[in-house]
Ligand binder design. Structure first.
Ligand SMILES: CC(=O)N[C@H]1[C@@H](OP(=O)(O)OP(=O)(O)OC[C@H]2O[C@@H](n3ccc(=O)[nH]c3=O)[C@H](O)[C@@H]2O)O[C@H](CO)[C@@H](O)[C@@H]1O
Ligand SMILES: C=C(OP(=O)(O)O)C(=O)O
Length: 427
């Protein structure tokens, strides 16, 4: 087991390159199950979610190679092997195996997913969609059993705007008989990316990226080559980090249009920003002023950047209200930031950040992926040494984090934990 050590308080400068999008990757990989010949996905991030999905595809009989970010999946020998427990619990996106296996085999047994603990994360809208397509679904001892004699297109209105449900229903519907219409669909860029792969495989999908998606079922799908989009949440994390401790940071391999809500908020707080075709330059802000943020579905401010943004707000003058409308309990990082001298209180679904304060290095624990990102940013801002544990969360979503940050001049390294430290962590 390892921990991160960060010597904070030094300015960062230079170029940082963004990897492929985690939330696309984790849907594109299961989508390959639907093809009848090999699929290649280029530019995947080197993160544990990708590695686990690779081994789950191998468990059901797929032949998979993954080298230098390019994954080749040969799905021809796959079978509908039950995946009731184990690895599926290590990530949220294992739920996409339900839609993809239902679409290909008309049956699947998949354990309930894991992922970040951010309050309740039901999958009732996924189930509602599968049932509308004709599947019979039961929940037995923590695993979901899905079976259909035939999948038929249907009109499905989502009661909650859900990224996962939108993509999962797309996966199950592309080979269903007839037309499926998903209303009140989520509009995140990752949904367009998955629709692009499926379309290149031969699917007929219209409207991905809007709130109505129309799918005309096809008989079969074939392999193709697809390049993943850049990770807007990783890019956003580095933009916030550049705003917090940068003296000129260039974010490379980013789609500026995906970052509009964050760019607006960073400008409001006092950070000079320039955008190019695939790059964003984060200049040095002098006196930052507190701004409120409220997380919303895309194109609103992303909940996945709420925690990192909170670290930045500790540097800003005044009082800022951070409201998370997507998750009820995405504030586990706040106690850890308080250990570092932050002045923040949580009231219901809002955190009130009072600044500016000078953060102090401390021993802190990442409770989830973006809490980890928030603590890394705080560690770089803080005076002294910060130790971050819970790296298994950070490794789910940040490819080569240490190398990338060292490239900007940060002093950050991984260190083996002692037996005593591991024992303390359990208590
Ligand atoms: C792997 C992946 O892509 N994860 C992202 C995805 O998660 P995920 O797909 O799990 O998030 P959703 O968009 O589904 O969830 C949004 C909200 O809807 C609720 N809900 C969702 C589904 C459902 O069936 N019933 C229901 O009530 C959730 O509890 C949550 O409050 O989108 C989230 C919101 O942008 C991001 O934080 C996650 O990083
Ligand atoms: C919440 C997140 O991930 P997941 O849905 O995979 O748990 C995230 O990426 O911030």
């Amino acid at each position: 087991m390892e921990k991160l050590k960060i010597a904070g308080g030094y300015p960062l400068k230079g170029t940082i390159k963004v990897s492929g999008a985690k939330n696309s990757a984790v849907a594109l990989i299961p989508a390959t199950i639907l093809a009848e010949s090999p699929v290649t996905i280029e530019g995947l991030p080197d993160i544990s979610d990708v590695q686990i999905l690779k081994s789950l595809l191998e468990e059901i009989g797929g032949n998979v190679t993954f080298e230098n970010g390019d994954m080749m999946v040969d799905p021809r020998s796959m079978v509908s092997m039950p995946l009731p427990n184990g690895k599926v619990k290590k990530l949220r996106a294992s739920y996409y195996l339900m839609g993809a296996m239902l679409g290909r085999f008309k049956k699947a047994v998949i354990g309930l997913p894991g992922g970040c603990h951010l309050g309740p994360r039901p999958i009732d809208q996924h189930i509602k969609g599968f049932e509308a397509l004709g599947a019979k679904i039961t929940n037995e001892q923590g695993a979901i059993y899905l079976r259909a004699d035939e999948l038929r297109g249907a009109r499905i209105y989502l009661d909650v705007v859900s990224v996962g449900a939108t993509i999962n229903i797309m996966l199950a519907a592309v080979k269903a008989k007839g037309k499926t219409i998903i209303e009140n669909a989520a509009k995140e860029p990752e949904i367009i990316d998955v629709a692009t792969l499926l379309t290149n495989m031969g699917a007929k999908i219209k409207g991905a990226g809007t709130d109505v998606i129309r799918i005309e079922g096809v008989e079969s799908l074939t392999g193709c080559k697809h390049t993943i989009i850049p990770d807007r949440i990783e890019a956003g994390t580095y933009m916030i980090l550049g705003a917090a401790v940068g003296e000129g940071v260039l974010i490379d391999n980013v789609i500026p249009h995906h970052m509009e809500s964050l760019i607006a908020k960073l400008r409001e707080i006092g950070i000079p920003i320039e955008t190019g075709d695939e790059q964003i330059y984060i200049g040095k802000g002098e006196q930052l002023k507190a701004v409120d943020i409220k997380t919303l579905v895309y194109p609103g401010f992303p909940t996945d950047l709420q925690q990192p943004f909170t670290s930045l707000l500790t540097r800003a003058e005044g009082s800022a209200v951070v409201t998370d409308t997507i998750y009820s309990a995405r504030f586990k990082h706040i106690d850890e930031l308080r250990r570092m001298n932050a002045n923040i209180k949580v009231e219901g679904r809002a955190a009130i950040v009072n600044g500016p304060v000078t953060l102090q290095g401390a021993k802190v624990k990442a409770s989830d992926l973006r809490a980890g990102a928030a603590l890394v940013i705080a560690g770089l801002m803080a005076e002294g040494i910060t130790e971050v544990t819970g790296l298994e969360h950070i490794d789910r979503g940040y490819s080569n984090l240490v190398e990338k940050l060292n490239g900007l001049g940060a002093t950050i390294w991984r260190e083996k934990m002692t037996e005593e430290e591991i024992e303390q962590l359990k208590n």
